[in-house]
Design a protein around this ligand. Structure first.
Ligand code: DOR
Ligand code: ZN
Length: 379
């Protein structure tokens, strides 16, 4: 496949380039490339390295009325994502054994998006972790959907010590637990990643250790408590929405945010009414930030780094996150002028609602190429 005349993010800058992809890998980047085969005319479009979402809940197996690898994969590529990392808090069967991980790998083959997996840590599954050799480990130090909370600090410490140092440990921690997690990672001398950081103080905790990184979810930057009426079940999410003051303080710290991850946590409204926590987010994340760019709130380099380059680095994927010879042939083509209005019932996610309902956004992904194949194309 030859992508012609895109304004591509190459080497940290945007410049007009053609991108050649053969056998799922980028084999050429430059001006006026020539090739036989499929030509994608990208004149007027931005090319980003395929977006990577390090934090999604695709709900399969177990709760496939909320999402499955097919619908979740469709939502991902429609949002511009070429790779997502699925979380282990499945109900009733969390991904805490090799068998559960193998089952997910098979089920995920039907996704249009590339899917990788976080493995769940429990207070005593050390042997299972060694046996499954997952690419990353997720620890829940804060209460949320699924019953995976780790209360015993000793076992958190032991996982930090035993899990291979080259691999990433993802931590769900709010408030004081964040500082604790950072302290334990520091003691173990290992990297650690704090996901869905909701406010400035957790971001500060991350600054306390050089091998710690942090992502923020779009809803913690684009929504606050007062956007919903008191008691509106749609506002339920963990970590919870913050005050308008706290959100504006977080906006002042954009540079300290390493990545954006959606925490795509789909629940149908009926489940929300019963108290389920979580928002669908795959289809609105990039458009929210592109819209913010169009209003002058950040530059495109900031977006490329947080949606692609940094997630690849955080997950230790050496040939992802860049448009460069030898890297994976996953590319997200963006139209900065494309305007659309968010309607939950038009989204691919089975949740069929959005906390951003009715929002008018400028900019979105129009084509998502996953390993040399067009996985999504608008029109
Ligand atoms: O709101 C949330 N929903 N936060 C989480 O951490 C989990 C997620 C879910 O699985 O529903
Ligand atoms: Zn989550």
């Amino acid at each position: 496949m030859l992508i012609k005349n895109a304004i591509a993010y190459v080497d940290g800058k945007f410049a007009q380039n053609d991108i050649l992809i053969e056998n799922g890998k980028i084999t050429g980047v430059g001006r006026a490339l020539d090739a036989r085969g499929e030509i994608v005319d990208a004149r007027g479009l931005i090319a980003l390295p395929g977006l990577i979402d390090m934090h999604v809940h695709l709900r399969e197996p177990g709760e496939t009325w909320k999402e499955d690898f097919k619908s979740g994969g469709d939502a991902a590529v429609a949002g511009g994502y070429a790779l997502v990392y699925d979380m282990p808090n499945n109900i009733p069967k969390p991904t805490i054994t090799r068998e559960a991980l193998d089952e997910k790998r098979k089920l995920a083959l039907k996704s249009r998006c590339e899917v990788r997996f976080h493995f769940g840590a429990t207070e005593n599954n050390f042997e299972e972790v060694r046996d499954a050799k997952p690419e990353s480990l997720k620890m829940y130090l804060g209460m949320t959907t699924g019953n995976m909370l780790m209360k015993d600090e000793k076992s958190v410490e032991r996982h930090m010590k035993e899990f291979p140092k080259a691999k990433q440990i993802f931590v769900h921690a709010e408030g004081d637990e964040a500082g604790k997690a950072i302290g334990l990672a520091k003691k173990a001398g290992r990297k650690v990643h704090l996901t869905h950081v909701p406010n400035e103080s957790v971001l500060d905790a991350v600054k306390g250790w050089k091998l710690a990184t942090a992502d923020v979810a779009p809803h913690h930057l684009f929504l606050c408590k007062s956007d919903f009426d008191e008691g509106d079940c749609r506002a339920l999410v963990k970590p919870g929405l913050e005050t308008i003051k706290s959100v504006s303080d977080l906006w002042k710290r954009l540079d300290g945010i390493d990545a954006i991850a959606t925490d795509h946590a789909p629940h149908i409204l009926e489940d929300k009414k019963k108290g389920a926590f979580g928002f669908p987010g795959l289809e609105t994340a990039l458009p929210l930030f592109l819209d913010a760019y169009s209003r002058g709130l950040m530059d495109l380099e900031w977006i490329a780094k947080r949606f692609s380059e940094n997630p690849a680095r955080i997950m230790g994927l050496r040939d992802y996150g860049r448009i460069e010879k030898g890297c994976v042939g996953s590319i997200t083509l963006v139209d900065l002028k494309r305007e659309w209005t968010v309607h939950g019932n038009e989204l691919c996610t089975k949740a069929k609602w959005s906390p951003f309902e009715g929002k008018q956004l400028r900019g979105r992904a129009v084509k998502t190429i996953v390993k040399g194949e067009v996985a999504f194309s608008l029109d």
